[in-house]
Every structure is written in C-alpha cells, then in structure tokens.
Design a protein around this ligand. Structure first.
Ligand code: GLV
Ligand code: MN
Ligand code: MN
Length: 410
C-alpha cells in the first residue's frame, strides 16, 4: 500500500491562528492596525516560523513579509495579510497566512513534491494607510511619493513616521521577480453567509470586486443653532443626510444584481450640538465585479451632486480617491481547488464571486491567481465577533494544501 501523502496538521494550524489571536487580542477578536505593535509582533512571529518550512525571509521596506525557498522546482506564491481592521476579527488575513505557512511546512519538506510554496504577508490590505499598499508595492504600483503622502486614516500618523518607528526606514522594498512563481494562492474567510446557509465547506472564488471610493464634501454656512431660522439655514450636515437618502433611492434602478454601496464615515464640522455644521464630509464606496456598472453609478452620483449645486443652498464636490479594478481568478486554480475539495471535503464546494477586496486581485495583474473561502459563522466580519468553526478551519487547510500540491505538480 502506498503511504498517503502528508497533509495539513489541523492542530498546528489552529494553534498558530490562536497564537496570532493572542497578539493584540480584543474581546474575541484582535485590534492590529497597520504598523501597530501587535501588527509588527505578528510579522516577527511569522518570520520566526519560516525555518520550519525551509524558507528564509524578512520584512521589506513597506512591511511585507516575503520569503524564498532554495528547493528546486516550481514555486507557488501564497499568503494574505496580518493587520486587521480596528477592533475586528481574528481570521480576516491570518487564516490565509497560516494556511500558506502550513502548506509550505508540509510540501517544502516533502521530497516527493518537486517544488515549493513561498509565503507572503502583504502589508495594509485593510487600508489604514492606503489600499493594498503592500501587494501593490510588490507588483510595482506604489511610488515613493505615494508613501510620502500616506497617513493613517485613524490617527493621522504619516507612513514615513510609522516605517521609521518600525525600524523599516531605508529598508528596500522588494518587487516581484517576473516568472519566478507559477501563480498566487490565497485563502480567506468568506465574510458572508452563502457557504454556511448552503451547508458547504469551500468557496471557489471566480472573481473579486472592484472598489471605487469617494470623498464627498458639502459646504454650507456655520451658524448659531438657536438663532438661525430654519428657512435661512445652509446646513451642510442636512445636505449630506439628504444626499445619502437620494443615493439609496436612485441606485437600485441602475445597479447590478450584486452591487453594494456604503457610507462608511460621516464627519460634521465643527460637530457641536449648538452649531449648524458649515462643512460635512462622507467617505462613500461602491463595489461591483463589473466596471461598467460602477462607472454608471459614478455618473449618477456626479449628476446628483450637480442637482445639489444647482439648488444653491449648499455646494458639494465628489472626489474619487480609489479606483480598484475587479479581477477574474485563473481557471486552472479554480479547477485545482475544486478537485482538492472533491478529494478532502466531500466535494462540498461552490464557485462564487468575492464581494470583499483581496490582495489576490493585485497579484492577478502579474501572475495567475486563485482564492478559496471557508465559511464565516453568521456571515459576520470586520467585527470582533467574526468566527469560523474549528472543523471548517481544518478542512479548509487540508483543501488548501492539496490545492498547492496539485498546482505544483502541473
Ligand atoms: C477588505 O477587507 C475589504 O474591505 O473588502
Ligand atoms: Mn482580508
Ligand atoms: Mn478585511
């Protein structure tokens, strides 16, 4: 009887994920903004683990952990990110990094596998300083001027200052060696409830949404909240609120079946109970896998802004601050994930688009890329209660390792 091929060690995967959860723990989740102490400690934790997988690696000048294997043969790039949204979940990011590490430990040390997995942790996927800064730097899409201009959206700290405090000022940024990798594989929690509601174990990602983001600024007139008659007011906050409602009335008739839009932050200036806001600002995001749909919604947004300006009470400007392209996942990667699911997850998989953004969409611009999802309990994510059943985490790790084995064999 041939020996079964070595597979993922589920207990080791869970132990690693819990070790990362203990770094920067917040309730049952974590608080690890980019370049915070717990984020940096997590990067160092990963670097210390690399020898177990026959990898050498370090943190580069933008905060990516990048690794190399000296084993001959095909090389697969694999990973995700280690920072989190503020006060958020423990699996968004670390799951994909730990799966990649596990695949490297299993396959790089297996002489019957003619190739290796090289692990990466991309910096700032969660967009504290920009968006996809680490993976975009790796593909050559971030300039020094971009870094000069980047600031932490919560604290206002400059990226230069954060890099210096992390000991990374002057450290070189690494870019991709073209042709080195056969492709990039990333695992992630689904962050929605499709898998859970259908009793499935694995999502085979077909596409990743494009994310377009806007800063929409209203200007009115700051004045006294007691003495200014209602008819005289030029309330920028009220204009913003009406604009949000108008978007929700206009978009449904012109969007696609999976388009989503979100006002994630509203700021009123000066933001005091006895003062009519003279200025108001909202950060607004549109997501869809079809650029034409987003472009149509953008045109509607601008037309609505023109209407507000024509009415004349308050003025409004819309600035597009992020135009992320959607991406298709490689068909061979989808087939490999599906075949691995058939082998080790009873075929309980489904092809599905990703409504969340992921570094895989950036990597897909320079190499074939694929993604697999595991179920999220209740579909909750970007919140500290985010969770996945241990059994699903272990199944996902097994599918991931088998997918890597298949990709390296071809
Ligand atoms: C990634 O976290 C996203 O916001 O889609
Ligand atoms: Mn993520
Ligand atoms: Mn996220």
């Amino acid at each position: 009887m041939p020996h079964p091929a070595p597979s993922a060690n589920g207990a080791r995967v869970l132990a690693d994920l819990n070790a990362l959860r203990a770094i920067g723990a917040y309730k049952s989740g974590v608080h690890k903004p980019t370049f915070s102490e717990p984020h940096l400690a997590s990067l160092h934790w990963l670097v210390a683990k690399l020898p177990e997988a026959g990898l050498t690696g370090a943190i580069d000048g933008i905060g990516n952990v990048l690794t190399t294997s000296a084993k001959p043969g095909a090389k697969l790039l694999a990973g995700s990110h280690l920072e989190s949204q503020n006060y958020a979940g423990w699996l968004d990011g670390p799951l994909g990094v730990v799966y990649a590490l596990e695949a490297a430990r299993v396959l790089n040390n297996d002489a019957s596998v003619a190739g290796s997995v090289e692990v990466a942790a991309w910096c700032d996927e969660e967009g504290h300083f920009g968006h996809f800064l680490g993976s975009r730097s790796y593909v050559g899409g971030v300039s020094e001027a971009d870094i000069d201009a980047a600031t932490d959206r919560t604290s206002g700290r400059s990226m230069r200052e954060a890099l210096k405090a992390a000991g990374l000022a002057g450290v070189a940024r690494q870019t991709a060696e073209r042709g080195r990798h056969i492709g990039y594989l990333e695992a992630h929690i689904e962050q929605g409830r499709s898998l859970e509601s259908e009793g499935l174990r694995i999502g085979v990602v077909t596409s990743i949404v494009g994310i377009w983001q806007y800063r929409i600024s209203f200007t009115g007139e700051q004045n006294h909240a007691g003495t200014t008659r209602m008819a005289e007011r030029r309330d920028a906050g009220l204009a913003l609120a009406k604009f949000c409602v108008a978007i929700d009335q206009r978009f449904p008739s012109i969007c696609g079946p999976r388009t989503v839009w979100t006002t994630g932050r509203i700021t009123l200036d000066p933001g005091a109970p006895s003062i009519i806001p003279g200025r108001a600002e909202m950060l607004f995001q549109i997501r869809d896998a079809d650029v034409a749909v987003v472009a149509r919604l953008e045109a509607a947004l601008n037309a609505m802004a023109e209407d507000v300006n024509a009415q004349g009470r308050c003025s409004v400007t819309t600035d597009c601050i992020r135009k992320g392209s959607p991406a298709l996942m490689d068909s061979r990667f989808q087939q490999a994930i599906e075949a691995a699911s058939l082998d080790v997850a009873g075929g309980k998989s489904v092809r599905m688009p990703s409504g969340a953004g992921h570094d895989a969409q950036v990597l897909s611009t320079i190499m074939p890329a694929g993604m697999l999802f595991v179920p999220s309990i209740g579909g909750i994510s970007h919140h500290w209660t985010e969770n996945t059943a241990d059994a699903d985490i272990v199944t996902g790790a097994q599918v991931y390792v088998e997918t890597c084995r298949r990709l390296l064999a071809h």
